[in-house]
Design a protein around this ligand. Sequence first.
Ligand code: PRT
Ligand code: ZN
Length: 284
Amino acid sequence: MKTYKIAIQKSGRLNEKSVELLKQCGLQFENYKSSLISTVRNFPLEILFLRDDDIPEYVQDGIADLGIVGQNVLLETGAKVCTLQNLGFGKCDLNIAVKSDSQIQKPSDLTGLSIATSYPNLLAQYLNQNNINATIRNISGSVEIGPGLGLSDAIFDIVSTGSTLKNNGLKSIFTVMESEAILIANDTISNAPQVKELVERIRSVLRAISTKYVVLNVKKDNLNAIVNLLPGVKSPTVIPLYEEDWVAVHSVINEKDFWEKINLLKLAGAQGIVVMPVEKIITP
Ligand code: PRT
Ligand code: ZN
């Protein structure tokens, strides 16, 4: 049986979450900081630990079959691979920022100015698409010091909390793109059964992360109102309680509207609400 290879970041912001995701998929492997490659004991897979910038091309060229990388890095390299799944971590914005007291406000204000970035291709694409004629200064690190040193009028960089910009006397003026970590694959292998199996495991973990298991008690008179609020994976489970007029309802709630749903459930007569994490959700 062919052993597939997945490339993940060796160290940096995506490393820990990538390792955690693969372990949550039931893959057993050692995560030695010193090694470049690790063999999964219970799946035909090897893990390559690489710099994130190299991952898209390694996957494109078939040195790795799969990879986990930020969308920003994939788009910057322009590698031809297929995106199998958004992974929900490593989220960030790629913003244009200027000095806090600058009058520059909108994209067209950048005409004739210089912009420092480590993402020259992404920036060039954006400027072209919007017919903005500006100079790109390609620098490999600490882009945020550009305006302070007089190197550039603006910067194009990753922003997450915004504190790096603030500490350097800068402010974001607009977002060019949003990014998160994604699972990519070489075009030739995305239909292989082992790859499909791995992708399905990843999806079952992601579905579970965004879901909570909820158990509550309700008087039978109020059951319909509660059931209408709780779709469940198929439909909620209703179990009789020892006290005759009451039932227990078991279901799942999506993390994103969790508190809103809990408040509606309380208003509809739910009592003794217990919420638990979900490990995996397997769908047909
Ligand atoms: O060594 P290697 O080349 O593998 O790693 P790297 O240093 O190039 O990348 P790394 O580990 O910093 O980031 C990996 C990926 O994480 C990026 O490509 C993004 O997809 C994603 N990501 C998410 C981020 C951030 N958030 C982030 N905040 N990447 C970088 N930053 C940096 C940003 O460059 C800026 O300097 O954090 C600073 C801004 O953060 P705030 O919170 O102050 O706004
Ligand atoms: Zn990098």
